[in-house]
Design a protein around this ligand. Structure first.
Ligand code: FE2
Ligand code: FE2
Length: 301
């Protein structure tokens, strides 16, 4: 990736890789939540998430040569070690530089209690994360890159079957407040997290199953400070504002579903120290790339 010695910086934001399994899952391991997940993957999700789509997206991303790549979680499906190894290999083969990437975990990266407790994401992606990153107390971590500071938050936590909700724990918000206090005005904060900090539309049960608890605390910490939040999780383009905070959601980077708002894409975002200057989606259809400015508002369903 080319480094730009100017006061703007380009971020490529992608999310929810959900790479199809390239190995058979061990039968003994397919119990409980993983059994449900495996069925979902093979019978439902596996039909639309495609490796060739993700590889086309990665090749295009490398060609665009952004300054920074932010990946907001759900790199894998069932949190097997071999899945993380595969993602790490593909990122490396695409020529991405770990020092200019920011990765955060999604709920699928902490799919089982064991994967969560054992920090499968932090171990499997260790070459792409700060050295020795601790599962509990290591977040948020900060990477200062020219006019912006990326703050990597962990909203992912293991939940029981049929639940994909996230949580921002109080300790993490306290540490975030400390990091923000240490930033001066020459640095625009960009928060990377998996779950969107919004109340999900629809019945309350939906928020219980897939939303993010503790997100009001995030806005209390940010106060009136301008900031940008990058998230994934809903597999759809989202763009909204809350006060001085802009919230941008990227769709899945591998989803070949045929619907424009959900089709595989990544976002190219140009920042200065004052905030976001421009936002573009690069969307991947079979055999072609569609480039489009992000709409000023795209409400998540
Ligand atoms: Fe996802
Ligand atoms: Fe997710």
């Amino acid at each position: 990736m080319a480094r730009r010695e100017v006061d703007t910086l380009r971020i490529a934001h992608l999310s929810d890789l959900h790479l199809p399994l390239t190995q058979s899952a061990p039968v003994w391991s397919l119990m409980g939540k993983r059994a449900l997940g495996w069925f979902n993957l093979k019978m439902l999700r596996g039909n639309t998430h495609r490796l060739d789509v993700f590889l086309a997206l990665l090749a295009d991303l490398a060609e665009q040569s952004p300054d920074v790549v932010v990946i907001t979680g759900d790199l894998v499906n069932l949190a097997y070690d071999f899945e993380f190894a595969e993602v790490a290999r593909l990122l490396e083969e695409a020529g991405l530089d770990p020092a200019r990437c920011v990765l955060v975990p999604g709920n699928h990266d902490r799919y089982t209690a064991g994967a969560d407790r054992g920090a499968a994401f932090e171990k499997g992606m260790s070459d792409w994360l700060p050295p020795g990153l601790a599962r509990r107390d290591g977040y948020p971590w900060l990477r200062k890159l020219g006019p912006i500071c990326v703050l990597a938050l962990d909203s992912a936590v293991w939940r029981g079957p049929a639940r994909a909700a996230g949580r921002l724990a109080d300790g993490q918000l306290e540490r975030l407040a400390g990091l923000l206090d240490g930033l001066d005005d020459s640095c625009h904060p960009v928060l990377a997290m998996h779950h969107p900090p919004i109340r999900l539309r629809g019945p309350a049960l939906r928020d219980y199953r897939a939303g993010l608890s503790g997100f009001e605390g995030l806005f209390r910490v940010l106060g009136r400070r301008p900031a940008t939040v990058l998230h994934g999780h809903l597999h759809r383009i989202g763009r909204s504002r809350r006060g001085a905070v802009e919230i941008l959601g990227a769709p899945s980077a591998s989803n070949d579903c045929g619907r424009s708002e959900d089709q595989a894409a990544y976002h190219l975002l140009t920042f200065s120290s004052r905030g976001l200057l421009s936002a573009q989606a690069r969307r991947f259809w079979p055999g072609r790339v569609e480039v489009q400015d992000l709409p000023d508002e795209a409400l998540l369903r």
